[in-house]
Design a protein around this ligand. Structure first.
Ligand SMILES: [Ca+2]
Ligand SMILES: [Ca+2]
Ligand SMILES: [Ca+2]
Ligand SMILES: [Ca+2]
Length: 359
């Protein structure tokens, strides 16, 4: 989900007296990244139309002109970078979090300051659907009620909620950003007809697509790394992965065997989700590298654990993680911050980062 490439964009503003492509007066700009997704910088007889919006860096001056350049937010239509999944407090680090079905409570451990947060929202019979629907970079607590097909979203901004009907009995609710505006689009996969229905956040319209077959399970990720989530399925009976990639088209691969749990995420950190599964019988992880489709495997966790992968240390690379219900302990193999065990939850709790794991 997270767009690591945005973090690596570097703005370079160079002022010289030579004359090259982008020039005006006595200065020349070789490279620049301007905020606001289309903003413009002006000075005297010169103007520069911006390209990419990101948080502010600095202002550079030259002669009679200055350009505030680099990375800053705001503007009329800021393009939100993709949100980190299961990041409720908005620090780009996923938060250890549980849903308590009995009372319909959500609890999470804020990575930003170590505090606890709790909210009551939903019931044990609801299907939880956490995602950033409002586009503020923080995951919104959310659930889908199958009996009425209604979605409920608790806005991260002010804890108010909204609801709307979308989908019906038998559907599988998922969420992904399919139109690339930084807001998750409520989506249901209808197994009976292998049809996808997406409620677009950009214009409120509905996209209907056929992809997959009856019995498939949705596994949405950004597999081709273009910043737009891709419709994808895992076919448990034959361990096949089918992806309708937004830029690179359809691909199908076989990886895994019966009983494995599908846990696709970007474990290699190249910005593309990797096909991956966790094997409950021996606690091994298997990752098919997006770079070259070679694979690697390693043991982490044991039978009875629940895979709960997310990017807990916020470096853009998914961290293999398991939640152990017997002791309510989280074991994280973090790509940068290393191993960490955290006790969080009580008996019967559901690990929120396991929400979209399928088998
Ligand atoms: Ca966080
Ligand atoms: Ca994509
Ligand atoms: Ca990858
Ligand atoms: Ca990480």
């Amino acid at each position: 989900m997270k767009l690591g490439t945005w973090n690596s964009i570097i703005a370079i503003l160079i002022v010289t007296t030579t004359s090259l492509a982008q020039s005006g007066g006595s200065f020349e700009i070789k490279k620049s990244v301007i905020a606001g997704g289309g903003g413009k910088a002006d000075g005297g007889s010169f103007s520069l139309t911006g390209t990419v919006g990101q948080p502010v860096a600095a202002t550079s001056s030259g002669g009679s002109f200055s350009v505030s350049s680099g990375f800053w937010g705001g503007g009329s239509t800021p393009e939100a970078p993709g949100s980190t999944r299961f990041d409720f407090d908005g620090d780009s680090k996923a938060d250890v979090s549980i849903f308590r079905p009995g009372p319909g409570e959500w609890w999470y451990l804020r990575s930003i300051d170590g505090g606890n947060y709790a909210a009551q929202f939903g019931a044990g019979t609801d299907v939880i659907t956490p995602a950033d629907y409002t586009g503020d970079g923080r995951t919104d607590i959310s659930f889908w009620r199958e009996s009425t097909g209604e979605w409920f979203v608790l806005r991260s901004e002010d804890q108010s909620f909204f609801s709307f009907p979308f989908g019906g009995a038998g559907d599988i609710p998922v969420a992904g950003d399919f139109d690339g505006d930084g807001k998750a689009d409520p989506t249901v996969f209808r197994p009976a007809s292998a049809t996808w229905f997406t409620l677009r956040s950009t214009d409120g319209g509905v996209t209907i697509q056929s992809f997959g077959a009856s019995g498939d399970r949705p596994t949405i990720e950004d597999f081709d790394g273009d910043g737009i989530d891709d419709i994808a399925i895992y076919r448990p009976t034959v361990s096949e992965w089918w992806q309708l990639r937004s830029t690179q088209g359809v691909v199908a691969l076989q990886f895994g065997s019966s009983g494995d749990k599908a846990v696709p995420a970007d474990y290699t950190g190249d910005g593309k989700a990797d096909i991956a599964f966790w094997r409950p019988s021996n606690g091994f992880w298997f990752v098919l590298r997006s770079e070259d489709l070679s694979f690697f495997s390693f043991p982490f966790g044991q039978t009875g654990d629940v895979p709960a992968t997310a990017d807990f240390d916020g470096d853009g690379t998914a961290d293999p993680t398991v939640f152990r219900p017997s002791s309510n302990t989280w074991f994280k193999s973090q790509s940068t911050a290393g191993f960490e065990a955290v006790a969080f939850g009580i008996a019967g709790d559901v690990a929120v980062p396991s929400t979209y794991v399928v088998e």
